[in-house]
Design a binder for this molecule. Structure first.
Ligand SMILES: Cc1ncc(COP(=O)(O)O)c(C=O)c1O
Length: 385
């Protein structure tokens, strides 16, 4: 089977590019000796995740459904990196009883109290990371915030703090987690490097405060794809999380983390019409196929809904998907409508996505190629909560 013969739109994964991207981060992290705990929310696929680390290696998830799925496929060491709330605890218990070694995350005293009471009552050992806000991006407590020690105290009373985790019923302070999401707004390698250092230093400082208060806090978990690639030092860090590094996308290209020929995901589509006076090509990939993500709109180069390539995955000069209806894409030369090549009806194209996680989430499977247009395989991915 060749891409040329397939019904479009569909999601193409170039496994050669993907393998190169995975090797690049592994090589980058190797000298520091830190653990890579990939965020599998980007790929939601056992086939893809197995190529990052075999079943049994640590992973990060963003939903408990991801935890269910990956546990069923042999990954037990799972960090659920979204703040826990009491309504999800029955699901957590179910996962623990099925053999998951689940680590939870929280950033407030209310959740800590509820989790401590529940874990003691149910007789369950639950390692917990406290979320640290190192860049003002989203959730978490600041490294110097007095609330950090209040949250930890709510989780583990003084008598419990130094207890070895194994066999210890109840929640315990396993450490800290931070995600430097603001790295997506950086505009230079130096800025990403500086943010990576801010992320590292803030997380390490928070862990030191916890240890000084008697908590074991062995884990210092940091990461985003940009900071993972640009960190100069990982001193004090025990694990790095990254998700998008596997595929890369136009947002990562826009901040200088990858080249367009590193982007392993694309949406295959077909030219279905022309609006010659406007310089438009109409395709059958709209926002249902690309997602609504316009992550490059705030970057110096706005790539619209995606950068248009030929069927081999080579970018066509300045051809972008400027607009999207549900099942229609509008493709035009970036600046000069008259320069749009009026490609024949039926021409098959590939569109590189702004945000790999969002585009992949629109599809139920990866159509796998190895650098060319011959289809090697089809890997399922899942969605929903
Ligand atoms: C908590 C957490 N860790 C790690 C990541 C991975 O970062 P990236 O998507 O830049 O690879 C994310 C992504 O949103 C995240 O929310």
């Amino acid at each position: 089977m060749n891409l040329q013969q397939l019904e479009t739109p569909l999601l193409v994964l170039d496994r050669v590019r993907m393998a190169r991207n995975i090797a690049r981060l592994r090589e980058r992290l190797a000298p520091s000796g830190v653990t890579l705990r990939p965020h599998v929310k980007t790929n939601k696929s056992a086939e893809v995740t197995a190529r990052i680390g075999a079943p049994g290696t640590p992973i990060t998830v963003s939903t408990l459904k991801e935890a269910d799925y990956f546990l069923a496929h042999g990954w037990q060491d799972i960090l659920y990196a979204v703040g826990i709330v009491p309504t999800k605890l029955p699901h957590v218990e179910d996962l623990l009883r099925r053999g998951a070694r689940l680590t939870l995350l929280l950033d407030n005293v209310e959740a800590a109290r509820a989790l401590a009471a529940w874990s003691r009552e149910r007789g369950l050992e639950v390692p917990v990371l406290i979320e640290i806000d190192t860049d003002g991006h989203r959730s978490g407590v600041k490294p110097e915030d007095p609330a950090l020690l209040d949250i930890a105290a709510a989780l583990a009373p003084v008598a419990d703090r130094a207890v070895a985790p194994t066999g210890h019923a109840g929640a315990w302070v396993a450490g800290v987690l931070t995600h430097a999401g603001d790295s997506y707004n950086c505009r230079s390698p130096e800025a990403i490097e500086a943010l990576a250092e801010q992320e590292r230093a803030g997380a390490v400082r928070a862990a030191e405060r916890l240890r000084a208060a008697g908590h074991r806090a062995p884990v210092v978990s940091v990461g985003s794809t940009p900071t993972a690639h640009f960190a100069r030092s990982l001193a004090g860090v025990t694990e790095v999380r990254a998700g998008v590094f596997v595929f890369f996308d136009l947002v990562m290209h826009g901040i200088g983390v990858c080249d367009t020929d590193d982007i392993a995901l694309s949406v295959l589509c077909t030219v279905i019409g022309h609006q010659r006076e406007k310089g438009w090509l109409i395709t059958d990939a709209g926002w249902m196929a690309m997602s609504r993500d316009r992550g490059t709109a705030r970057q110096p180069v706005d790539q619209g809904y995606g950068l248009v390539c030929d069927i081999e995955g080579r970018p066509l000069p300045d051809l972008v998907m400027i607009d999207a209806n549900q099942e229609h894409g509008i493709v035009r030369h970036r600046t000069d409508a008259a320069a749009t090549p009026m490609l024949p009806i039926g021409t098959v194209l590939r569109v590189l996505p702004n945000h790999a996680c969002a585009t992949a989430a629109q599809h139920g499977a990866y159509t796998v190629v190895a650098g060319g247009t011959e289809v090697e395989d089809r890997w399922e991915r899942f969605s929903g909560w």
